[in-house]
Design a protein around this ligand. Structure first.
Ligand code: SPD
Length: 294
């Protein structure tokens, strides 16, 4: 039986805007304010009641003004506080600017390349979500290339970055190639000794197999890789992960105090204490699956 649409609130223009995944809806009350098919994906900007303006790609939640810190702080600071040096940073994806913004809060970063495939994501993030990228767009250390991040990594010189961060969407469409062995091997090749790699690694609940496969593969390619668990309430299941990898040991697990002190006061979620707990919060089923190799 079909049910009539339910107004999201007393504001008659508000509707539910949902990501529908595996029989579950993850929705915000709000309204679509811009939508367009780019050469790569459907880009949607909404104005939500609870979390401010937000971005969806192909109907999947990417970010929102009043929730993005859960995601960007968790992705960036374990890497930037763990690498031996942080002069040169590469961000693949990240077109809303939030990852670059958090990286550039570290004064030790001298040069940041960001390679985002979809120019419309950058343009609309600058226009509609300016608080997310904030000062990154005009920071002289920031260098944006609208292009293919997979090709960039393939063509980059060996040992040319201290930190490589992948801020992509789910492994379908333009982000599919950001989860495979060849891509991770190039990321390892372009890291300097003492470098750290970081990627969003999906939900241990909603994307269980992708999550496990990503952690296993990163361990094989880098030698050391560990997932960190947190929450992004608008994403499928709300339970999210980021995985960090390094060649010379799990240096991403312990935040260097001086670097941490430089950014912690400006964080909403991340702190060295939160990070320690989040690396320890490995669900039992993940621990078993990774130990079994099964
Ligand atoms: N299922 C959503 C995964 C999205 C990861 N990237 C978000 C982009 C935020 N900068």
């Amino acid at each position: 039986m079909s049910t009539p649409p339910v107004p999201a609130s007393s504001d008659s223009s508000a509707q539910w805007v949902d990501e529908i995944f595996d029989g579950v809806r993850y929705g915000l009350a709000g309204r679509v304010i811009a939508e367009q098919q780019s050469p790569f994906q459907r880009v949607t900007i909404i104005e939500s009641e609870r979390y401010g303006k937000g971005l969806l790609l192909d109907g999947c939640w990417m970010t929102a003004e009043r929730q993005e810190r859960h995601y960007h702080e968790a992705l960036v600071h374990p890497a930037l506080c763990g690498a031996e040096r942080i002069e040169r940073v590469l961000v693949i994806g990240g077109g809303d600017g939030g990852t670059a913004r958090e990286c550039l809060r570290h004064t030790g970063v001298q040069h940041l390349d960001m390679v985002e495939i979809d120019g419309l994501v950058v343009k609309w993030s600058q226009e509609h979500l300016p608080s997310i990228g904030a000062g990154c767009w005009s920071d002289p250390r920031f260098h944006l290339t609208v292009g293919d991040g997979i090709a960039w990594v393939r063509e980059a010189e060996a040992a040319s970055y201290d930190v490589v961060i992948v801020d992509g969407s789910d492994p379908a469409g333009p982000a599919e190639g950001l989860f495979n062995r060849a891509f991770f091997e190039h990321c390892r090749r372009i890291l300097r000794p003492g470098g750290v790699f970081a990627t969003q690694s999906e939900s241990p609940e909603a994307f269980r197999e992708v999550h496990l496969a990503t952690v296993r593969l990163l361990r094989e390619v880098f030698g050391h890789a560990d997932p960190l668990y947190g929450w992004v309430p608008m994403y499928p299941s709300g339970w999210w992960s980021w995985t960090f990898a390094a060649v010379d040991g799990p240096r991403y697990r312990d935040a260097q105090p001086e670097r941490a002190a430089g950014v912690a006061a400006g964080c909403e979620i991340w702190s060295p204490r939160w990070q320690s707990g989040a690396f320890e919060a490995v669900p039992a089923f993940v621990e078993r699956a990774l130990a079994d190799g099964g």
